[in-house]
Design a protein around this ligand. Structure first.
Ligand code: AMP
Length: 302
């Protein structure tokens, strides 16, 4: 089933103890689309500037990612710079330049309007809502991500967008910031009152937790000896999660649990190398092999 995403397509400057890159293709919608396209066809809504390079466009073109919704505008692409701590668990944002996103008025191509699975990736909440408003009828599943930048600057708009969302997928710090609750289960109850019926908390090297009316389901992060760069891990998780669900066309508990595993699988590949590097060389067979590995990793008898 068709999967629609709106979010940032960006150039990133990244620094971790393993190295540094001055400018590489990034953005939440980029990681999401590349990961989801292993599972299903993706309709991308975003905006890029005159500095968007042909080699980067080719990354999307080579995959099952439709670019009719990718607007080109005068000005520069979204730019983000971040630096990670020694243990990769903390990151500071050094720059966020919205550039062409500041004036973006998304217009959904006709063929995107019947999308049944929608992901509102990290971007201004009013843009997320603008896109959702243009989708015909009620999609089967609407999921969204956000981050401290939007929680702090556009809290009222964010709350308005949340009213229309089924699944909120954010990290533990964002969960606590949004709910003002330290305990994640109490935070989930708070967030359910805002609109979503499912909360997925991404917890970096500690895995991910899903809370909904069925209870709690947890997946570990895949144990890696040498992760290099956590950038985009959350968006890759979302790409695996939503890509798998859209390809299955279901949102039953069984499929949601499997989607959590595919999310964790894609997040684990994303962090193995800098930026998109590992995801660009990834093969479907490796994804399925790692999913089987997850099954072994978590199996036990009682
Ligand atoms: P993650 O590591 O999952 O938080 O995602 C990192 C990606 O999000 C980077 O490639 C950035 O370009 C993008 N990004 C960072 N800050 C923002 C923001 N405020 N809005 C939208 N995208 C952002």
């Amino acid at each position: 089933m068709s999967l629609l995403v709106v979010g940032s397509v960006a150039y990133d400057a990244l620094e971790s103890p393993y190295g540094k890159v001055e400018r590489t293709l990034g953005g939440a919608a980029t990681y999401f689309s590349v990961c989801a396209s292993f599972f299903t066809h993706v309709n991308l809504v975003a905006i890029v500037g005159e500095d968007f390079r042909d080699v980067d466009e080719a990354i999307f073109r080579k995959r099952k990612i439709d670019l009719e919704g990718l607007e080109r505008a005068k000005g520069k692409c979204f730019f983000w710079a971040g630096k990670y701590s020694e243990n990769l668990n903390e990151r500071v944002t050094l720059a966020t330049d919205l550039n062409v996103f500041a004036e973006f008025k998304p217009l959904l191509p006709e063929k995107y309007r019947n999308s049944k699975f929608v992901f509102l990736a990290n971007i201004a909440p009013d843009l997320q809502r603008d896109v959702l408003r243009q989708v015909n009828g009620k999609p089967r599943l609407v999921a969204m991500d956000t981050m401290n930048y939007w929680i702090e600057r556009t809290n009222a708009e964010l709350r308005e967008t949340l009213k229309h969302v089924d699944v909120l997928m954010i990290n533990d710090a964002e969960t606590r910031q949004l709910s003002s609750e330290h305990n994640l289960l109490r935070a989930a109850n708070y967030i359910f009152k805002m609109g979503p019926s499912t909360l997925i908390v991404k917890r970096g090297e500690y895995g991910a937790m899903m809370v909904d009316a069925n209870g709690v389901f947890c997946v570990p992060a895949f144990p890696l000896e040498e992760p290099h760069d956590p950038t985009g891990a959350g968006d890759s998780f979302a790409g695996g999660f939503m890509g798998y669900l859209a390809s299955a066309g279901s949102k039953s508990d069984l499929y949601l649990r499997r989607a959590m595993v595919y999310g964790s699988v894609m997040g684990s590949f994303a962090v193995e190398r800098f930026g998109l590097e590992r995801l660009l060389s990834l093969r479907r067979s490796e994804i399925h092999a790692r999913a089987r590995h997850f099954a072994k990793l978590t199996q036990f008898k009682l």
